[in-house]
Design a protein. Sequence first.
Length: 499
Amino acid sequence: MSLNRLTPNLDPQALAKELSGKHFIAGEFCAAVSGRTFPVVNPANGRTIGAAALGAAADVDAAVAAAKLAQKVWADKNARDRGKAVAECGRLLMDHVEELARLITLETGKAIRTESRIEAGVLADVFTFFGGLGSELKGESVPFANDVLSVTVRQPIGVVGAIIPWNVPLLLMALKVAPAIVAGNAVVVKSAEEAPLTVLRVTQIMNQALPPGIMNILSGYGPDCGAPLVAHKHVGKVTFTGSVETGKIIARMAAEKLIPATLELGGKSPMIVMDDADVDRAVDGAIIGMRFTRQGQSCTAASRIFVHEKIHDSFVAKLGAKVTAMKIGDPMDEATDIGAIISRQQMDKVQSYIAIGKATAGATALTCCVMPSDPALKDGLFVQPVIFTGLENDAKLCQEEIFGPVTCIIKWRDYDRVIEQANDSDFGLAASIWTRNLQVALDATKRLEAGLVQVNQNLVVQPNISYGGVKQSGLGKEASLESMLEHFTHKKTIMMKMA
Ligand code: ADP
């Protein structure tokens, strides 16, 4: 724990350089064992902003060894004191919100006003929230026999491996790390290739309030650095957010070691708009739900919007007009609503889905917004949002996760049929129903197959609200007290015979 407090660095270019080429292990920055790095690119203009340490098995070994050593002492601390340290992380991170917002904007191309600043604020809030939950690590007393005291206690797992994606890396890292640490574990995070720098800075900030080795972070490619972390013999739990394909690879590796895995995977979230819904509110809800301000790069994106035929045309017209009024441009500009797509590969994928949609018989594509004209952004990865109508629920675009600013509006007439269609998906992450009729709302919340069902809102992940999917969307919950207890501890039974 350092006594010299870090001061926020509001120059993200300088900060990116300062953080370049390093992991953070045992309270210190260090280069990769191989000495190698890979470039970090600003997707808004294609310029290289720095480099990340290229992690491999040897780096994983060092990080896990540090975590294992530190965890023993950490687990012996009072749970409430661990919580206090995590809450202190939240306080320190709060002082760095603007710094972190600028840096995450630089490396991911997300708009600072609509996305990055909000994410940096929620990051701090997650630590504050979990920091207060130390005393909730309770067990039970079990009636067994009059002369036997039988109780359960919550024990930490040990070293937790956390693998995170690039779309909301700060928040998703916090949802894993904060409960894991409060519960008495030490963590090794493997950051996403596209967004390794801001999470590294977060780790540095957190290490001012934590003993060295409790929170470590590595950068590197999935198969070279993520896989050895999952496979490491001293990693007792893995928590992952990313694609379904990688989730399954990780689940198989975890099964081989018989360790628990929490998996937050993809989605194709339905939003059902009834004919009695407030259309303007539902349109605003669709914009939030679809995460247009994040270029649609969200696993909960409301990418299938079922609108009753009576209000379909007015809904589409209003949604098209509102999305078109949004500004695509320089993510650092306060006036920008929508920034850049993370990578060329992701942009090609999104564009190929748009092309498939346009070529589908009966489909109409409403292309929204104006492309940025600033020559400084000519190499930026910008995609205009597209609203498709006329597609059936079984179309490729309605079944596969696009992870881009593309949504499909499906006209419906029969309520039972629309619930059936909403559930006709491999995914089950989130869903919403928009109606003024309480009976319909309650019925839909029961019947929709999703981990999170909202009525008349499409809020993003919040601390204290259990989050996680069913079907191909994953296993296990995050963000709540329940996630800390169920996923970062194991229950030990202790039986004491009285004499
Ligand atoms: P995306 O397509 O969004 O990049 P991925 O699931 O490929 O989604 O990536 C999410 C995270 O999983 C990243 O940190 C990535 O490096 C990691 N990852 C990818 N492949 C593997 C793997 N085989 N083992 C462990 N981690 C992996």
